[in-house]
Ligand binder design. Sequence first.
Ligand code: PXL
Length: 274
Amino acid sequence: MKRVLTIQDISCLGKCSLTIALPVISALGVETVILPTAVLSTHTMFSGFTVKDLSDQIEPITAHWKKEGITFDAIYTGYLGTAEQIDQVKEIFRAFRGENTQIIVDPVMADNGKLYPAFDMAYVRKNTELCAGADIIVPNITEACFMTGMDYREEYGEDYIKELLSRLNELGARVSVLTGVSLEKGKTGVMGYDRETGEYYLYQNNRIDASYHGTGDLFSSTCVGEMMRGKTWQEAMKIAADYTAHTIEVTLQNPRKPWYGVDFEATLPDLIRA
Ligand code: PXL
């Protein structure tokens, strides 16, 4: 069985970061080791959330794993708390990167043209450095703009996306994947670039006009799980894009109208069967 380490916060309520990564990657038949970077009462879209930073636990936990001789087939990072914590994560990459360890970085920090409340440009620079040390990065368009200095646009064509991918590629990862790419009316999906083959990959599915917190984490976690099951990054992105869209559709049918997260619990069996 493959073993993945995922490093992100744990938002006790809210369905994002570790409360998505752990169930989704485990359900795909992959051992999921977690390193919680902070404990929050809820994700940051609630007002009045509490945060306990766990930075001082990172070194002792990982030192123990080192002593036990633990290795990972992949390391997947998502929302991290502070610039200092990103330095700690870079050290984990250095310490645990084996010859075949895939490093997947989702530089979670922004959406819809804006940084999340907790972050500033110093954090953007650190996240950009973290991406340089990854094999695969999966930013959304906003995050890619912050990291490359390109202007954020709501309306764009393929040239804009290819320019963003080319600038992301210069950051250093082997594969750069942009999420939330809409190149046709009524469609959305991903476009990626693989520097080893020089190939672009575009996948578009139907756009559903609803936005939920945690869908980026659902997409990335599904990609990681599928790649660990032996899928190529292109196959994994397609499955993850379809699964995320399906989950949003199912959530929209919930009469209780959940606002803070998607009903992935209802759709996980479909992912496993697929
Ligand atoms: O879904 C990304 C995410 C993860 N963790 C926390 C967040 C967010 C997005 O805002 O607030 C704590």
